[in-house]
Design a binder for this molecule. Sequence first.
Ligand code: MUC
Ligand code: MG
Length: 369
Amino acid sequence: MIKSIETILADVPTIRPHKLSVTTMSTQTLVLVRVRCGDGVEGWGEATTIGGLNYGEESPESIKTNIDTHIAPLLIGMEASQVAKAMAKLRKAIQGNRFAKCAIETALLDAQARRLGIPLSELLGGRVRDELPVAWTLASGDTAKDIAEAEKMLELRRHRIFKLKIGARAVADDVNHVLAIKRALGDAVSIRVDVNQAWNELQAIEAITALEAGGVDLIEQPVPAHHKAAMARLAQRFSVPLMADEALQGPLTAYDYATSAAADVFAVKITQSGGLVQAGQVATVAQLAGVALYGGTMLEGGVGTAASAHLFSTFADLSFGTELFGPLLLTEEVLQEPLVYKDFMLQVPTGHGLGVAVDTDKLGRLRRH
Ligand code: MUC
Ligand code: MG
């Protein structure tokens, strides 16, 4: 039986300002959900947003309020081992709130996998890999600093795929910034850009022409999510792969984008998809349509990153790797044992459930009261 659901907000400073076209982050607010069950089993889930309401339509505060006020009362007393039934009830009664639903579903699935004594990946279809390539995002806002940061990551053998956040400045300035980094780091690394919807179609054509010629490997969400037709024209026009991110808000949008040939690659995110099961459906739609896969992040801490890793480990195709570096952008670790990043890969945890343990003493100090 589901006995209690607790939602915790914790503000954790980032290691440096993280500059996106929609906001500059200096802290990340972790929304952690703890589900306690009648049989003594406990499960954890997480949802994060980026910059409050700058990126999407849920904020950390809305996630907590809506779980506490509207979601938890529907679930308390239900059979904890019947996760699909609990989620079906939620999906029927609660509109939207995909991030909140993700945090809840993750906690219920974590508890269920612990109850069964298996890693979460095995509840999600089963892992086909034990480690995942991890990109790092260069977003200090300064070209020289970004180059130095990338060189450090290469030296540490932590990342050799770099995603550059652009779109806040003039197109010519952004193109110069990206190509300077590409020239400095050479061909042994993969350089990608994420525009977070900042360009119109004409700006995108101008920029992508130069970026493609300069050897950039992937262009993420260059135009607004609702400009599906523009995405389709850009995907058709350029050979450099185009990736949809903000446009993907669950299986239906994935189906729409896939059938419109509006992207070559999908960034699968568990929160944006509305939970682990629906994120798996987004991936299935992609694979049926011949769209390549990338494991995305909303810059979650250890819990959400572990949950994402379990799901992404089940993807047959993961040709563009993942960006599950969230915990590494934060100054505080909320897990008792941090996730393992080694030789450019994240190791998928092998223990039961999420395979991670939250440091509740530390969380007690970090949490908002
Ligand atoms: C996004 O739009 O992909 C992922 C990495 C990062 O730095 O920001 C996020 C969000
Ligand atoms: Mg993105």
